[in-house]
Design a protein around this ligand. Structure first.
Ligand code: NAI
Ligand code: BGC
Length: 257
C-alpha cells in the first residue's frame, strides 16, 4: 500500500487534531507531501508535522481560517509555492453547535455554515481553478457526516451544512468530471475526537448511542483516514459523486425501542 500517493501533494484542512490529523498522517504514510492546515492550534499542527516527519514523510504547516475568504486562496497558493502543486484536497475542518431550533442565533448559523459549507465551496473553487489552468487532474474528499442524510435533532445548522455538502458533491462530480477531477464524501458516524468531548464525558448518553451502533463502539480517526486515503488514490479513479459511510452500521440500525 505504501507509495500509492508518491509524488502527490495533499492539503488537509483542520489537520491539527482529530480526524484531520489522522488523515494528514495517513496520506503522508502513503507517500503524499502534506499541507497541514490549522486555524488556532499551532501546537496541534506542529504535532501532526512531527508525526509525519518521524515516519519519514514531508509536511509544511499553513495557518488559515476556512471561514475567511481571503485565507482560502492563500492556502492553495502556499501549497503550490511550497510544495509545487496541490493534487488532493481534503475538506475536513468542521464545527458543530447544539441548540434547539428556536434558539439558534444568526451568529451561530453563520459560524457553522461558513466553516462547514461556504469554506468548502470556495476552497474547492480555488483548488479547481489552479488545476484547470495547469490542466492537471485532482481528487477532492469532503469529510461530511452521517448527518448529511440522517436527522440530528438540536443540530439543525450542522445538518443544513452537511446536507448541502452532499448535494454540492453530487453536483460537482458532474461539473468536474471532464477536468479529470473526482469528488467524494466520507460520512463518519460517531468517532472519538475532540468534537465529541461532551458526549464522551456523558456515560448514559454514550451508552445509549453505542446501543444503536451494530459494531458496538465508536470509530477511530484512523478508520476514517483509511477510507479517505483510498478515495484520494488511483485505486478510486472511477469513483466520483459518492458518499462512503464509516459508521459501524449506525445509519442502517433502525430499530423499535
Ligand atoms: P475536531 O474538533 O478534532 O476537528 C475539527 C478541526 O477543524 C479542528 O482541528 C479545528 O481546529 C478545525 N477547524 C474548525 N474551524 C476551522 C476553521 N474556521 N478553519 C480551519 N480549521 C478549522 O473534530 P473531528 O471529529 O476531527 O472533525 C473533523 C470533521 O469530521 C468535521 O468536519 C466533522 O464535522 C466531521 N465529523 C466528525 C464526526 C465525529 O464523530 N467526530 C462524525 C462525522 C463527521
Ligand atoms: C457529529 C458527532 C456525532 C456523530 C454521530 C457527527 O457528525 O459531529 O457529534 O456524534 O455525527 O451522530
Amino acid at each position: 500500500m505504501a507509495g500509492r500517493l508518491n509524488g502527490k501533494v495533499a492539503l488537509v484542512t483542520g489537520s491539527s487534531s482529530g480526524i484531520g490529523q489522522a488523515i494528514a498522517v495517513r496520506l503522508a504514510a502513503d507517500g503524499a507531501a502534506v499541507v497541514v492546515n490549522y486555524r488556532g492550534s499551532s501546537e496541534g499542527a506542529a504535532k501532526t508535522k512531527q508525526q509525519i516527519e518521524e515516519a519519514g514523510g514531508r509536511a509544511v504547516v499553513v495557518q488559515g481560517d476556512v471561514s475567511k475568504m481571503e485565507d482560502l486562496q492563500r492556502l492553495i497558493d502556499e501549497s503550490w509555492t511550497q510544495l509545487g502543486g496541490c493534487d488532493i484536497l481534503v475538506n475536513n475542518a468542521g464545527v458543530e453547535k447544539g441548540a434547539d431550533f428556536w434558539e439558534v442565533t444568526e451568529e451561530d448559523y453563520d459560524m457553522v455554515l461558513n466553516v462547514n459549507l461556504k469554506g468548502v465551496f470556495f476552497l474547492t473553487q480555488a483548488f479547481v481553478r489552479r488545476l484547470r489552468e495547469a490542466k492537471r487532474p485532482g481528487r477532492i474528499v469532503n469529510i461530511s457526516s452521517v448527518h448529511e442524510d440522517m436527522a440530528f435533532p438540536h443540530f439543525s445548522t450542522y445538518c443544513a451544512a452537511k446536507g448541502g455538502l452532499r448535494m454540492l458533491t453530487r453536483n460537482l462530480a458532474v461539473e468536474l468530471g471532464s477536468l479529470g477531477i473526482t469528488i467524494n464524501n466520507v460520512a463518519p458516524g460517531a468517532i472519538a475526537t475532540p468534537i465529541n468531548a461532551k458526549l464522551l464525558d456523558d456515560k448514559p448518553k454514550l451508552d445509549s448511542l453505542l446501543k444503536n451502533i451494530p459494531l458496538g463502539r465508536m470509530g477511530s480517526s484512523e478508520e476514517v483516514a483509511g477510507v479517505t486515503a483510498f478515495l484520494a488514490s488511483d485505486e478510486a479513479a472511477y469513483v466520483t459523486g459518492s458518499t462512503y459511510v464509516v459508521d459501524g452500521g449506525l445509519m442502517v440500525d433502525y430499530h423499535e425501542q
